[in-house]
Write a protein that binds this ligand. Structure first.
Ligand code: ZN
Length: 457
């Protein structure tokens, strides 16, 4: 631009020291960071977005809400606390329910497998610098960076007929990938994580329906978290294995599934993997940020390398079509995204602590414990706060932890066998019967409702 007067909306954000051409023998310079927009309104919206994103930072909330931590003893490998595990288990319980309903079986394979396997899968030649390896009884092993080879071995355990297909074998697999320490970032970029993997084995004419089934499951699961998404199809790259015919069949199968699904999608020409085309699913969080989480990947390489087969109606051996797919992707990363998406205020069904029980004095502590027990036997996650603190302070602290339901327990509640329920909107309901409390909260949880307000009227 001719001069800086043309900049209508500018904000300096940061200064730091720098050396001329990064040479420490040269004079120190000031580096000034800033951002500019076409008008003040756009600038303000941007700054508000940055502020909001900072408040939602999952690392900050992870500490404040006692969900997870990192330790120098295992860089890039998160430690989940009891409260974090409550959220984790709620995520997986829900995942298992949806997968059972969609006809998946669940499997589990070891995290350490020998070098022969990784040579067969191609990882030893192409992915070794990201793998942790070790030697046991003079044999080289690697900690798995992906679940696939184990899944291939499982398919090969017994012969298959076309009548067995499709096989939808899911695995919550713990994988390790070596990332440089400089790129590690909270739960978003880690060295150890779980994938909600599944391998689907099928005949060529099942591609469309199976991919459509995955897309339908993806939509169902994301909508439960209030996450929108868009789809991208990546097609054959220049360097690839397989015949033209195989690629056409595979890519058409994916396209037909996308057409049948009916949502507009973007095509990334030549962006597929060398072993097959794929569909990536990008979610959109509450701040409008997008994250690639789900992926559906067709693989023409591994069934070949592991010589997988099924017997067709013609009594001949055929090669199954195989897809890899994840929905959460890295569960750790998805967890981090959800912390930021909900700004730490999880809906009741996911909340680390669903009910805080606060006796108003020490005499009522044992009755408070009875209430906690009653809540737990009804399937709720409850905690007792029997510290000798003022009730107001205990309420305030439970609210800061975003506990959706706070029960204050006094003599009146004990005598009348009722509950006083405080919700995060600050409203208090006195004299609620146990029956009413359980029927309403359990329905809210069962339906996995997103509204923070548990009791509307
Ligand atoms: Zn896989």
């Amino acid at each position: 631009m001719p001069h800086t007067g043309f900049v209508k909306a500018i904000k300096l954000t940061k200064v730091s020291g720098a050396y001329w051409r990064a040479d420490q023998t040269k004079a120190q310079l000031q580096r000034i960071y800033g951002t500019a927009f076409f008008d003040k309104k756009e600038l303000r919206a941007y700054l508000e977005f940055i502020e909001e994103a900072k408040k939602r930072n999952h690392r900050k909330l992870g500490t404040a809400l006692d969900l997870f931590s990192f330790h120098d003893e295992a860089p890039g490998m998160p430690f989940f606390h009891a409260h974090g595990m409550n959220v984790w288990n709620a995520l997986l319980e829900y995942w298992r329910m949806e997968h059972r309903a969609a006809g998946y079986v669940e499997t589990k394979t070891p995290i350490m497998l020998n070098r022969d396997l990784w040579e067969k899968s191609g990882h030893w030649a192409n992915y070794r610098e990201n793998m942790y390896t070790t030697v046991v009884d003079e044999t080289e092993y690697a900690i798995k960076p992906m679940n696939c080879p184990g899944g291939m071995l499982l398919y090969g355990v017994k012969p298959h007929s076309y009548k067995d297909l499709p096989i939808r074998a899911a695995e919550i697999g713990l994988v390790h990938r070596h990332e440089l320490s400089g790129v590690l970032s909270g739960l978003f970029r880690v060295r150890a994580f779980h994938q909600d993997d599944a391998h689907i084995f099928m005949t060529p004419d099942q591609i469309r329906d199976e991919i459509l089934g995955v897309l339908t499951l993806v939509a169902k699961i994301y909508s439960t978290f209030g996450l929108g998404f868009h789809l991208e199809l990546s097609t054959r790259p220049v360097k690839s294995i397989g015949t033209d015919e195989q690629w056409e069949q595979a890519t058409n199968g994916l396209k037909q599934a996308l057409e049948a699904y009916g949502q507009a999608y973007k095509i990334n020409e030549g962006d597929g993997a060398f072993y097959g085309p794929k569909i990536d699913v990008h979610i959109k969080d509450a701040l409008g940020r997008t994250w690639q989480c789900g992926t559906v990947q067709l693989d023409m390489s591994l069934p070949e390398r592991f010589d997988l087969a099924y017997i067709g109606p013609d009594n001949q051996k055929h090669r199954p079509i195989m897809i890899h797919r994840v929905i959460y992707g890295s569960i750790e990363r998805f967890f981090g995204i959800l912390v930021e998406h909900f700004a730490g205020k999880f809906p009741l069904w996911m909340a680390p602590v669903q009910v805080a029980v606060l006796p108003i004095n020490d005499e009522l502590a044992s009755y408070g414990q009875e209430i906690v027990h009653l809540l737990e036997t009804n399937g709720l996650r409850a905690e007792l706060d029997n510290r000798t603190e003022s009730l107001n302070r205990k309420i305030r602290e439970a609210q800061l932890m975003y506990v959706p339901l706070i029960l204050t327990v006094g003599a009146k509640e004990k005598e009348s066998n009722t509950l006083s329920v405080r919700t995060l909107d600050g409203k208090v309901r006195y004299g609620m019967t146990h029956d009413e409390f359980f029927s309403r909260t359990l329905a809210h949880i069962r339906e996995r409702r997103l509204e923070l307000t548990v009791f509307k009227e």
